[in-house]
Ligand binder design. Structure first.
Ligand code: ADP
Length: 159
């Protein structure tokens, strides 16, 4: 069984992430979307909230699992017998960081490959942070995030 791990902050999950998940689901028997637990990054949604939003967004894709971890991605991949780490690549600006991460992960464990999936053009400028910014200005985010995420974002901003 070919297992891929798709790690990310997903604060919150966007249609850009979903596009990568759906395409990865065709390449692997199982894709585990995994959220890191102890990250220094300040997030709008808690780990549990982010996992729940991912779960609700992927419920019609059968071979997706959602998990959280405090392990390094390569160690998590090893633990779940994954052969690859999946990452999405948007514009050129993603490249340098992603190349560095892939190189580090390769040196930590040469058996785990990093597979990059190029963003579909309609999502190539979409990020969780731009969606959050847009909501803050009452912008329409319907085409950028699943309905559940849209509702969760509006709720956060009403607080
Ligand atoms: P991280 O903090 O790990 O970068 P993100 O949630 O920002 O977490 O992103 C997780 C992965 O999804 C990264 O590989 C990122 O490049 C990719 N990604 C984010 N947004 C998009 C998008 N719109 N299209 C394709 N890939 C994306």
């Amino acid at each position: 069984m070919r297992i891929g791990v798709y790690p990310g902050t997903f604060d919150p999950i966007t249609n850009g992430h979903l596009d990568i998940i759906k395409r990865a689901a065709k390449l692997f028997d199982k894709v585990i979307v995994v959220v890191p637990i102890n990250m220094n990054k300040k997030t709008m949604f808690s780990v549990e909230e982010r996992m729940e939003l991912i779960k609700e967004s992927v419920q019609d894709i059968p071979n997706i699992e959602v998990d959280k971890t405090s392990l390094l991605t390569v160690d998590y991949a090893k633990k779940v017998n994954a052969t690859a780490i999946i990452r999405g690549l948007r514009m050129v600006s993603d490249f340098e960081y992603e190349l560095q991460m892939a190189a580090i992960n390769k040196s930590l464990d040469k058996n785990v490959e990093t597979i990059f999936i190029m963003s579909s053009h309609e999502y190539s400028f979409l990020s969780s942070s731009s969606v959050k910014e847009l909501v803050g200005f009452n912008g329409n985010i319907s085409e950028f995030v699943p309905e559940v995420v849209k509702e969760a974002l509006y709720k956060k901003y009403q607080k």
